[in-house]
Design a protein around this ligand. Structure first.
Ligand code: SF4
Length: 381
């Protein structure tokens, strides 16, 4: 059986042609699946009965199983999905006044080993498939519409900032991105779909050519010595390669800036001197400082990291140095920290892979808090 969540419109068209159906039938089917969240061919009332019969014999729409759902006091929702083989992935919905953002995973685990990241400590299991990436959006969007009794779109932004290095799973990521952008599916604007990378420069170039969505880069340090320590990929692709790749991406980017993520680590990368060094780095690679923005992320501690969150006044002082030089700088609000959904906490509970079966069973037994959803998210979405 083919899982149709794996197919972007082009692939679905090819599949329908194999069944002797025209492209417009593929468009109808695609819209039923992604715009209406329908997983049952019998309910697709404007498809010919003969086609529905054919589909039932060869295809299915098979979402991932939800292992658990946690809702934060601030309306943030975290889902844990079972992707088989003892692997689980997480997605987080973050409601704000003017938008709803879904943070998606692209791999089970991650091989990049960034020191401040809980997922990095977990290690790498496997790449997700296109259907597993888009399946997170499919589930979250239609779950939220149903429970909030909304007909219109709830999720306006998608960010690939969950588990995994998205560009290491490039070949299946791009069809999933195309589905997010497709007007027959989720119709998200390119500016509202963001890929975050730790700095795979060749894939950044390719993404700019093939599917230029907004780009965020995990920077975390202004020099190679410190970045080698925090983001080991820097040893392979140092700042002399990464920064020009960021500038080149702007030729294709839907936004006229790159977002640099900077995790604030107490006494590691948060001094005034390093803030000034960052300003020099940005000036060195651009005519002005307006080609990038900084997002300062207060570190979310996890066991065995050996790192601590910078003090609020230190984060503020660091931000002020960047802002005074003209760089647009924001400090990320910590969301969902009571349910371990804050940035860098994804998969915080899946570090011990030897007891995965016990853990999944424990998560399953936790009562899903669906009834609390409307109250928890109420006015915020
Ligand atoms: S920060 Fe991103 S790239 Fe680095 S280890 Fe974590 S998930 Fe992987």
């Amino acid at each position: 059986m083919v899982n149709l969540l794996e197919y972007d419109l082009e692939s679905l068209t090819a599949f329908c042609e194999l069944l002797g159906e025209k492209r417009f039938r593929a468009v109808q089917l695609f819209r039923w699946i992604h715009q209406r969240g329908c997983a049952n061919f019998e309910d697709m009332s404007d498809l010919a009965k003969s086609l529905r019969q054919k589909l039932k014999g060869v295809a299915e729409i098979k979402p991932m199983e939800v292992v658990s759902q946690h809702i934060s006091y601030d309306g943030t929702i975290k889902w844990l999905f079972d992707v088989g083989g003892g692997n689980v992935i997480e997605s987080v919905f973050i409601p704000e006044d003017d938008r709803g953002t879904l943070c998606l995973s692209t791999q089970a685990g991650c091989a990049m080993g960034c020191r401040f990241c809980s997922t990095g400590h977990q290690g790498f299991s496997r790449n997700l498939t296109t259907g597993e990436i888009i399946g997170q959006l499919w589930f979250a969007e239609h779950f939220l519409r149903k429970h909030l009794q909304r007909d219109e779109r709830v999720i306006s932004n998608a960010v690939m900032m969950g588990m995994g290095e998205p560009l290491q799973n490039y070949a299946v990521l791009v069809p999933a991105l195309r589905m997010m952008l497709d007007d027959h599916a989720y119709g998200l604007s390119r500016r509202r779909v963001t890929v975050s990378t730790s700095g795979l420069v060749k894939k950044m170039d390719l993404l700019g050519l093939e599917c230029p969505v907004a780009l965020a880069v995990s920077l975390h340090a202004p020099n190679n010595a410190l970045r080698d320590y925090l983001v080991p990929l820097n040893i392979k692709h140092p700042l002399e390669e990464l920064m020009p790749a960021c500038v080149s991406y702007l030729a294709h980017a839907p936004r006229d800036f790159i977002t640099f993520e900077y995790c604030m680590l107490d006494a590691v990368n948060d001094t005034d001197a390093l803030a000034h060094e960052l300003v020099q780095l940005v000036k060195h690679y651009g005519h002005s400082v307006s080609w990038c923005k900084f997002n300062l992320i207060p570190f979310n501690p996890f066991p065995a990291s050996g790192l601590h969150r910078s003090k609020p006044e230190r984060i503020l002082a660091f931000a002020q140095i960047l802002s005074a030089s003209g760089i647009t700088t924001t400090i990320r609000k910590t969301r969902g920290d009571d349910i371990d959904a804050a940035c860098g906490q994804l998969a915080g509970d899946v570090v011990d892979r030897t007891r995965v079966a016990v853990r999944i069973a424990r998560q399953r037994s936790a009562e899903p808090a669906a009834t609390a959803l409307a109250t928890a998210t109420g006015a915020k979405i």
